[in-house]
Design a binder for this molecule. Structure first.
Ligand code: ZN
Length: 330
């Protein structure tokens, strides 16, 4: 049975778009034995880490399961949504998170990003240990080994090139589908919650409340002016950290995609793509950042190559971000 596999190679064959869609239609159908919501959360976690892969398209379990843990922590602990499976038993993830809550004396109102880093790392590692065997083999099996190889001992997975390209091209609709099916799943076990209300919670489950640490980092080495209009930034108050590629698309906070922007630019840019001249400017800015010692130690910067930004720009346009914004420089 595939969900008991601990190591598996992806089948080395080219898959067409239609092949992948037929597997996803299966995953998102009643026929797929989704005794827990793991598959939707795993697809969501892969999408959130799409631009965190290395040059071989590999991701560590820590990267994937940090997203996975955050999704469940904020749903199960913070929003108090149950993950009962079809046998009416609590899903393993729910038990692990509730045990961690008690063990580390955390308040059950706390959102994942506010948990101190050292505790957060312990919780993610615990989730990997307890859940990897149920999670990794299940999606592998449902897609007949066509989308990734995985190794539960090395704690690493590797996406196949054709699946990676599929996810880039259909990122927005895949994110919507995994969020929607997660909402439908939760609706079954949480009476009184509407699909719309659940969907809103799920859509924002990984969104940072504060980008302060990125502001401090960027302001310490570089920008003293708005990335877009060039106005001087006199104080931190009222100025914002902007996701160059909108957060609603990338769903992750990587330093190489973040810039300091004045309130006016940040507000008017909102969910739009900036003009291509700023793509070039950001690539140059990132080259500059790569020279800073305290920044090159960051994992996101180590995995950064300019092509990631160029791809993101191209694919966000293909995924519907067609409104191009330019700052009012007056
Ligand atoms: Zn500005």
């Amino acid at each position: 049975m595939s969900h008991k596999l601990k190591v598996a190679e992806a089948r080395a064959e080219y898959i067409t778009e239609q092949d992948v869609w037929s597997h996803f239609n299966f995953i998102f159908s009643e026929k797929s034995k989704n005794s827990a919501s793991y598959k939707y959360a795993l697809v969501k976690s892969l999408l959130e880490n799409l631009y965190s892969v290395n040059e071989k398209l590999e991701l560590t379990y820590y990267q994937v399961f940090e997203s996975f843990t955050e999704i469940y922590w904020n749903l199960v602990i913070h929003h108090k949504l149950s993950q009962l499976n079809l046998q009416q038993k609590s899903a393993r993830i729910e038990t692990v998170l509730k045990e961690s809550l008690l063990k580390h004396h955390l308040n059950d109102q706390i959102i994942f990003e506010k948990i101190p880093d050292q505790i957060k790392i312990k919780i993610v590692k615990k989730v990997i240990t307890e859940c990897k065997n149920d999670v990794m083999g299940a999606l592998y099996g449902d897609t007949q080994g066509l989308i990734y190889s995985f190794d539960n001992y090395k704690r690493q997975l590797k996406l196949t090139p054709s699946f990676y390209s599929f996810m880039q091209r259909f990122q927005k609709v895949l994110m919507y589908l995994s969020n929607y099916h997660l909402a439908l799943f939760l609706e079954k076990y949480n009476s009184g919650s509407s699909t719309d209300g659940l969907l809103l919670k799920i859509e924002n489950v990984s969104k940072r409340k504060s980008l302060d640490k990125f502001y401090l980092l960027l302001a310490s080495v570089y920008q003293k002016e708005c990335f877009y209009c060039g106005n001087k930034i006199k104080s931190r108050k009222g100025n914002h950290v902007d996701h160059f590629i909108p957060w609603s698309f990338i769903q992750n906070d990587q330093l190489w995609n973040l810039v300091i922007a004045c309130v006016k630019c940040n507000t008017s840019k909102n969910n739009k793509l900036a003009d291509k001249e700023f793509l070039e400017k950001l690539i140059q800015r990132n080259n500059f950042l790569s020279l800073e010692e305290n920044i090159t130690q960051r994992v996101d910067m180590q995995l950064y190559v300019p092509k990631k930004l160029e791809d993101l720009y191209k694919y966000s346009r293909q995924n519907g971000y067609t409104d191009i914004w330019t700052p009012n420089r007056l």
